[in-house]
Design a protein around this ligand. Sequence first.
Ligand code: FAD
Length: 440
Amino acid sequence: MRILICGGGFVGTYSALRLERRLGDSGHEVVLVNPENYLQYQPFLPEAASGTIEPRHVVVALRTVLPRTRLVVGEVETVDHDARQAWVRTLGGEPLELHYDALVLAPGSISRVLPVPGLAERGVGFKTIEEAIHLRNDVLARLEAAAGATDTVRRQALLTFVFVGGGYAGVEALAELEDLARSAMHHYPELHDARVRWVLVEAADTILPEIGAGLARYAQGLLARRGIEVRLHTRLESAEGGIMRLSDGEVFPAETLVWTTGVRPHPLATRSGLAVDAHGRVATDEYLRVLDREGRPVPDLWAAGDCAAVPDVTTGGMSPPSAQHALRQARRLAENLVATIAGRPLRQFRYHNRGQLVSLGRYRGVARLPCNVRVRGLLAWWLHRSYHLAMMPTLNRRVRIAIDWSVALLFPRDVIALGSLERPHDAFLHAAGRGQERAG
Ligand SMILES: Cc1cc2nc3c(=O)[nH]c(=O)nc-3n(C[C@H](O)[C@H](O)[C@H](O)COP(=O)(O)OP(=O)(O)OC[C@H]3O[C@@H](n4cnc5c(N)ncnc54)[C@H](O)[C@@H]3O)c2cc1C
């Protein structure tokens, strides 16, 4: 039997891990398709962006952790579940048809982008390791460019950073990058009288709605004391030409625009003609089996994580899109898949939310724990770090991250902007161009 897993994030990786363990050498084949050969541990992306963790340490090599799974690096373009067939575009661009007996849908989510003029050209999301690395280089390169700018309007545009969306991804990323810029500014005597402006634009009446009103107010106050402007009830109306137009009437130039207004389910299910709910998620039952339009389980089709609407039997609602849910769903999904093969009864996915942990930059954080216990400041920050360190797959990565943190405590932050990494051919093309001139 071949089990095909589409997506190598939390659900894909943890379900493959459990399947490897349970199926052993039984002759069943597990195939995992993912666009990259690594799993990204997204909760650590903000720290990868600020450089307190080396970016390579927040990703885990799938080939190392899944030695008995066949990895196909590529994207599933569509599936025909009636025919048990998936069409994959491999990394090399070649099409590949994969037959399967059971399918696990785990492509996660994509950034929810709205039709704001100029956003697609000017904005960047914050969902991948590439975006985290880009933003770190971007912030440091803007400081460098501002240090050399003579035009004051241009200099202020370079020093203005706009984040749209006050959920935990946006707030954590902003807090970490502001920390980075604040430390880096000590090395720029040219900018001693300059104002680095950080603006957080949020359409709702609060940031961090997941942690409750009290902690959200505390977090907002903390950001405000650091000089970060939090604009509630406000939308970005346009970013054309690098000019930010907010719905409260303010207009200002900014060179950096980060879009973190949340995610929407990956469109693969819709593209493949599977039944989806109003939000675009495949509906599952409490056993992680995908349901058809009549609410009946579809044989051999499973789903979990951000792409799925999974009932939360502990609350009567739906599971939120979070890593802590995704990885537990993945384990239950794999156990139920194995139980189906063995003809054993299935067990419900049942998980009590352990609360929310939000880091607000070095030594600061907020946390909502079980029994409605609320924690803030250093303890919350430490809990955030400890929890995610414990959850990080592989001892190798946990040790490397712990070393990164220790080094960050002992030495000042690294302020090197390696933006040229994104254009590795520039120097060579330049050299080739000069070579031709000489030859001519
Ligand atoms: C910046 C950030 C911080 C976060 N912090 C936290 C936190 O502190 N706590 C928490 O609980 N949650 C956090 N989350 C949310 C959490 O990361 C997600 O809920 C979780 O990753 C969902 O798991 P998943 O497996 O469904 O999707 P993902 O982990 O996103 O994995 C989906 C995988 O599928 C791959 N894929 C996409 N399309 C295809 C295709 N066509 N074919 C094959 N593969 C495909 C993707 O490349 C990816 O590898 C954070 C998210 C972000 C972005």
